[in-house]
Design a protein. Structure first.
Length: 441
RNA sequence: CGGGCUGUGGCGCAGCUUGGUAGCGCGCUUGUCUGGGGGACAAGAGGUCGCGGGUUCAAAUCCCGCCAGCCCGACCA
């Protein structure tokens, strides 16, 4: 992409409304524009990152055997009356009427819809286990939206639902999701800690939240310092193996780690030596639930078992806050100059800075490099504006691409360009012909 | 929803106390000189001062109402 033909409305000054660094940087980097309280337009740069995160979530979900689909944002109130949540959910649910005065709602979550799909089409235990998920916009009419995309009213979320014949199978689905989520977040360069949490209006007995530790987090968390050393890493796992998934579950949840609502001070003291007790703040980026037959019973989601008798299915649901993740990643990865994107989610992998636009040698070298990299499938943003080098550097630092190539008369006189790593600041000089190989490492 | 605050050009702000020509910085346009960390100079464009009503010869400024947004608290991917 040529920056001169792109749409990247960066701001030099920080808008007054933004309180936390991720919100400030998203606005300054031209990623989002507020449309109303807690509702944002995703400008091209922000949209690219959003899509990258979405893609990773899709890949990891499908790796775990979960099946993608898409349910609508607008739902009929009827199903929610059936589950009893039309009244129970409260004013956080946005209710509206269509032209025929029928009660509708903008979905805050999708248990009712997916359960309805399930009961319409699944009648045999042979179809189980089944996990369906989708990535769709949700609306929750928060009392006070804030912190940009971290607490918006409209937000993009992956929500998935597992249907199993037995509690044992459903527990496995729970563990499998925990493993899958750990992988997902690590791929985005985030360390998350699964914490025992409160189930809120979704209901159910068992639930863990995935928390990114951050000063600006909205949740109060208590944990054993041991948990921060855990890494899933690149281990290979058989998602169908109950034992393998349970082992990971136990490894990551054996130490004390709880959010404020479920925190038990006495237990904390009993189980964690004082030197390892931590009290901090965190950002919730996902949550998994096991809720048994809470929805399947009232809504009649049953299957015929091997003995021919109908049994309600055991269910769980699981969510990842896709749009919130942008904020969480920036909170966890930035410096005084701007965002530092982990490569996996970066809007472009490399930015080319033409230090002297209009200089024939510089222009030619940049054009050639741009074409070569693009042809190699590397996502590259070429800053071909007639700005001075300093302004281009500042823009690149702000938008946080992993690599920057600086091309100018100075280096070209020696036959080299400069490659700079955004995170470490390390720079090396190399011939333009070596660049593609270096970036593909 | 309670408490506090703010709406003035795309962004950041001043002007309001004491009513009388709408201003500054950034950004934007054009030109010249520049050119490796947000350049200099010059000339420009751009504003129903959130909306409605009132007071007044005259309202960004005073009064009333409404709307929007932000912050602090109780709720949440």
């Amino acid at each position: 992409m040529r920056l001169s033909r792109y749409f990247l409305p960066v701001l030099k000054e920080t808008p007054a409304d933004a309180q936390i660094v991720s919100h400030q940087l998203m606005l300054r980097a031209g990623m989002i524009k507020q449309a109303a309280a807690g509702i944002y337009s995703w400008l091209p740069l922000g949209y690219r990152v959003l899509r990258n995160i979405e893609r990773i979530v899709h890949e990891e979900q499908q790796r775990a055997g979960h099946i993608p689909m898409l349910m609508p944002t607008l739902q009929s109130a009827d199903l929610w009356r059936e589950s009893g949540r039309f009244d129970a959910y409260g004013p956080e649910m946005l209710r509206l009427r269509d032209r025929h005065e029928r009660d509708m709602l903008y979905g805050p979550t999708n248990e009712e819809l997916v359960t309805d799909i399930f009961r319409s089409h699944v009648s045999s235990y042979k179809t189980l286990p089944l996990t369906l998920y989708h990535i769709q916009w949700k609306f929750r009419d928060e009392i006070r939206p804030r912190f940009g995309v971290m607490r918006g009213r409209e937000f993009l979320m992956k929500d998935g639902y597992n249907f199993d014949l037995t509690e044992e199978d459903a527990r496995h689905a729970y563990n499998r999701h925990l493993v899958s989520y750990l992988r997902t977040y690590e791929r985005m360069g985030l360390q998350t800690i699964p914490m025992r949490a409160d189930s809120g209006p979704i209901g159910g007995d068992d639930t863990h939240e995935f928390v990114v530790l951050a000063e600006t987090g909205e949740s109060e968390v208590f944990y054993d310092s041991e948990v921060t050393d855990r890494r899933f890493g690149d281990r290979v796992i058989d998602y169908d193996s109950h034992d393998d998934c349970r082992a990971v579950f136990e490894e990551f949840t054996s130490h004390y780690a709880r959010t404020g609502e479920t925190h038990d001070e006495a237990l904390f003291h009993e189980r964690v030596p004082e030197a390892r007790r931590r009290h901090a703040r965190g950002i919730e980026v996902g949550q998994i639930f096991y809720f048994g037959t809470k929805y399947s019973e009232p809504m009649g989601a049953t299957v015929q078992g091997p003995d021919g008798k109908p049994v309600p299915v055991h269910m769980g649901s699981h969510g990842i806050g896709i749009s919130r993740l942008l904020g969480a990643i920036i909170e966890a990865s930035h410096d005084e100059r701007g965002i530092v994107w982990p490569a996996a989610v970066a809007p472009f992998q490399v930015g080319i800075v033409n230090a002297k636009q209009g200089d024939p040698a510089s222009d030619a070298a940049c054009e050639k490099l741009y074409a070569t990299l693009a042809r190699a499938g590397i996502e590259v943003l070429y800053d071909d504006r007639t700005e001075r080098a300093g302004a281009k550097f500042a823009t690149m630092d702000l938008i946080g691409l992993p690599w920057r190539v600086t091309v100018g008369p100075r280096g070209l006189a020696d036959g080299v360009v400069e490659l700079t790593n955004r995170r470490s600041g390390e720079r090396e000089e190399l011939a333009p012909s070596q660049l593609q190989g270096r970036l593909s490492e």
